[in-house]
Ligand binder design. Structure first.
Ligand SMILES: Cc1cc2nc3c(=O)[nH]c(=O)nc-3n(C[C@H](O)[C@H](O)[C@H](O)COP(=O)(O)OP(=O)(O)OC[C@H]3O[C@@H](n4cnc5c(N)ncnc54)[C@H](O)[C@@H]3O)c2cc1C
Length: 371
């Protein structure tokens, strides 16, 4: 996006890509259909040490701008849920569109590029094994550390450090949790079971589906809350959002026993999970105080994860180049004129649902228009 915007303004642009093709993450995104934006995109959908930083770029390149591009290429798309736009056919459509825009803007692509050294004299010198590039501006768009097997590298962070820019410690985000050994033995045989929950970490909450996996927990509610989770802090899960599970017990005609409670739980939880919950947490008696305790636990299942599935499985990397170092308008380093950082390498991380691509497009456009 940055190369396209700069190319359209007549700049001579070279894209140096380490992989043997562009946009590998685009191709694997959204289950192969690329959730390319979210029509409800707001600054609140992003985490950053400075929550105001992303506003300017997001305001100047909006989901409507990207949708206009998608429509120009007649790419069929649909809203899946919660404003999330996906290709009807394939993520290849988005990649082809960007490649064609690059071609039309005169952008030169260099694939399998191995950058060995970057120095700065009066201009930037990028030295590769077989070539050297000199330029008054250098834009770093190397992404985060997620999914190393498709080519993620720490190069962007190393370059930032080399030029004296601060980094906020990168950490996996939008990532499944791994249970403690005890919880694993209690729940993991239910892998595949999912239910709607409210997941909470500190004061942040997400109401969406939770999925039990062979290692712990995943599903949209869990991925979202993982971005806010701090190591060694518990998660709280409301298994019965906006529901009073024990309400039927106010009816004196209803027998107070496990089978009545099982019937209640099975109304909103998958049967296997309801049964397991009762195996583990059945009330010790049927008096009101014990039932109230049971109710409380259903709304505040406290889990202390052993950790996350890490960068191998994380959809994004939180943290990155400290936004204090960059101009919010252009993404240019305040200390090193001509050096820009865009996309995931910056300490701006979107929620699940097309927001990370919208940040990549918007920050790319902001830099491309300033070059
Ligand atoms: C499985 C998965 C699914 C996802 N699905 C979605 C989705 O549906 N919607 C959404 O909004 N977000 C999604 N994301 C997140 C989204 O893909 C990223 O946030 C986004 O691609 C970031 O864009 P970027 O350009 O900053 O970095 P990237 O897309 O990661 O691109 C960085 C590029 O830099 C190259 N590179 C790295 N190191 C070097 C180097 N040393 N020299 C030269 N080149 C280098 C890489 O090869 C890569 O091509 C998903 C992520 C994953 C892992």
């Amino acid at each position: 996006m940055c190369a396209i915007e700069a190319g359209k303004r007549g700049r001579r642009v070279a894209v140096l890509e380490r992989a043997d093709r562009l946009g590998k993450k685009i191709l694997i995104s959204g289950g192969g259909r690329c959730n390319f934006t979210n029509i409800h995109c707001q600054p609140e959908n992003f985490l950053s040490a400075n929550p105001h930083f992303a506003k300017s770029a997001l305001g100047r390149y909006t989901p409507a701008d990207f949708i206009a591009l998608v429509e120009k290429y007649r790419i069929p798309y649909h809203e899946k849920t919660l404003g999330q736009l996906f290709c009807d056919h394939s993520a290849h459509d988005i990649l082809h569109m960007l490649e064609e825009e690059c071609r039309q803007a005169g952008v030169k692509l260099f694939l399998s590029a191995r950058i060995e050294e970057v120095t700065r004299t009066t201009e930037f010198v990028v030295r590769m094994d077989n070539a050297e590039f000199r330029s008054p501006a250098l834009v770093v768009a190397t992404g985060g550390l997620s999914i190393p097997k498709i080519g993620a590298t720490a190069f962007g962070y190393e370059l930032a450090r080399q030029f004296g820019l601060k980094i906020r410690e990168p950490r996996p985000a939008l990532v499944p949790f791994v249970f403690s050994a005890q919880d694993r033995s209690r729940y993991c045989d239910l892998a595949g079971v999912s239910t709607e929950v409210i997941a909470t970490a500190d004061r942040t909450k997400f109401r969406e589906k939770m999925l039990i996996t062979h290692q712990g927990l995943s599903g949209p509610a869990i991925l979202q809350i993982s971005s806010y989770w701090e190591q060694s802090r518990p998660l709280r899960i409301d298994l019965a959002p906006e529901r009073e599970v024990i309400a039927p017990f106010r009816d004196p005609k209803l027998p107070r026993n496990i089978s009545t409670l099982r019937t209640e739980l099975r109304k909103f939880l998958p049967n296997r999970f309801a049964d397991r919950w009762l195996d583990l947490h059945a009330p010790s008696s049927w008096i009101n105080a014990t039932l109230t305790e049971f109710e409380k636990r259903m709304h505040g299942w406290e889990i202390l994860p052993a950790g996350t599935e890490g960068f191998e499985k994380a959809e994004v990397t939180a943290g990155g180049v400290d936004t204090d170092e960059l101009s919010a308008k252009t993404m240019e380093s305040r200390k090193v004129p001509g050096l820009f950082f865009i996309g995931e390498v910056v300490d701006v991380t979107g929620h699940l649902g097309g927001f990370n691509f919208q940040w990549a497009w918007a920050s790319g456009a902001a830099a491309g228009r300033a070059l």
